[in-house]
Design a protein around this ligand. Structure first.
Ligand code: ZN
Length: 397
């Protein structure tokens, strides 16, 4: 909307600073713009780390007009590849700062970005947290047991009881917020909770990491032992598959291969994945830091050290720009996308009679106006009833 490229652009993946795609997950990128408050000579000193130059609104506007002046599509594409800038009508507004007033939405960035990556990519897909089998109780079962007895005020939020399993469905931003700041910090591990759990069994708090981390490490050791065997098997399968593919049709080797494998099975064998530990001992403390950081809206995630660069998403870099946005616009409640998301929900819940192709807006408008008329009718009836009861009380006196 404001003429910026998306996160996959080589030279300009960020609308706020001049970091490049090659550098976006570097240490410098992840500490860019962070601030450090230190006590120096009985006074606090604020240090802001600038690793990559911030983008400039006027420079971006100038480039937007340069892009607009280009005549051919090829020229525009070359310009976009170099600068990551497209024309936007908003560049015409003299009071609009295209960089400062482009918002990195904290709801998508933190809740549906970083927290979702932590839960879904790092814990469910790996799988650090597994569903129970008929014979064995596993990590998710403890979390479900806890959630079934966990009481929280309605305003705080709630989680589906089968969270983490297909039956639980995908979580909304609101559910991620509740989970990351309330339910999950309690259910993973903490030394005090660990003591409470073992001293006072009446408090049934499942401390998942303390109970399952040794099993996960033992699984990894077993997997490492069998890894070389699986690799040897893969090499054998791959060579057989290659020989079968390269053999001329109708030859004896091809016929042998056809007898052994049907066309459906004749897929290229895939190498076994190197064994990774499902649960790491440092994860609970990392998650508690993330949860605390989420609460104060200053993300300092240690995910890179723990999970490596492959686990990072552009959201980890963009989160460092939230500080400046909070200085510009106040607490995230003022500008995050929850309001428009709620409005979307209201619009989606209106009865549209399955109209599509341009009719849906008319149906929504009719539904909205019908609702408004019913509200107005009920309010006027209430006023009449209240005034009549007032008159009745006066007469009775
Ligand atoms: Zn940036």
């Amino acid at each position: 909307m404001c003429g910026f490229a998306d996160h996959s652009h080589k030279n300009s993946p960020c609308p706020k600073c001049k970091v490049t795609q090659d550098e976006i997950f570097s240490d410098a990128s992840l500490r860019n713009g962070t601030c450090l408050i230190s006590l120096v000579a009985y006074s606090f000193e604020l240090t802001i780390t600038i690793e990559f130059d911030p983008r400039n609104g006027e420079e971006h506007r100038r480039r937007c007009f340069q892009e607009k002046a280009l005549e051919t599509r090829d020229e525009r594409n070359t310009f976009f590849d170099e600068h990551g800038v497209r024309w936007t009508e908003l560049a015409r507004l003299p009071y609009f700062d295209l960089v400062r007033q482009t918002i990195i939405d904290p709801m998508h960035n933190l809740l549906l970005g970083i927290i979702k990556t932590q839960w879904y990519t790092q814990w469910i897909l790996t799988p650090a947290l597994r569903a129970s089998t008929q014979t064995r109780t596993r990590e998710l079962n403890l979390m479900h047991t806890f959630l079934s007895t966990f009481e929280a005020p309605l305003w705080a939020g709630k989680l589906p009881l089968r969270v983490g399993e297909p039956a639980g469905g995908s979580l909304t931003a609101d559910e991620y917020k509740f989970a990351a700041t309330t339910a999950w910090p309690i259910t993973i591990s903490h030394f005090i909770l660990y003591c409470i759990h073992y001293i006072q069994h009446a408090i049934q708090i499942p401390i998942i990491w303390d109970m399952f981390v040794e099993e996960a490490e033992s699984d990894q050791k077993t997997s490492i032992k069998s890894f070389s065997k699986r690799q040897d098997q893969f090499i054998k399968d791959y060579e057989a598959w290659k020989a079968h593919r390269e053999a001329p049709q109708g030859s004896a080797a091809a016929k042998r291969g056809n007898k052994k494998k049907s066309a459906k099975d004749d897929k290229e064998p895939k190498p076994p994945k190197p064994p990774k530990v499902r649960m790491q001992r440092a994860e609970p403390i990392n998650f508690l830091r993330l949860s605390t950081a989420l609460k104060i809206f200053c993300v300092l995630s240690y995910a890179k050290q723990l999970y490596g660069v492959d686990a990072l998403k552009p959201n980890f870099h963009w989160a460092i720009h939230l500080r400046q946005q909070i200085l510009d616009y106040g607490p995230v409640y003022n500008f995050w996308a929850f309001l428009s998301k709620c409005l979307n929900k209201v619009l989606k819940s209106s009865n549209s009679n399955n109209w599509t192709g341009g009719q849906i807006e008319i149906s929504m408008m009719r539904e909205f106006s019908r609702g408004a008329q019913i509200d107005s009718l009920v309010i006027s009836l209430l006023i009449i009833v209240l005034s009549l009861s007032g008159i009745f009380r006066l007469v009775m006196r």
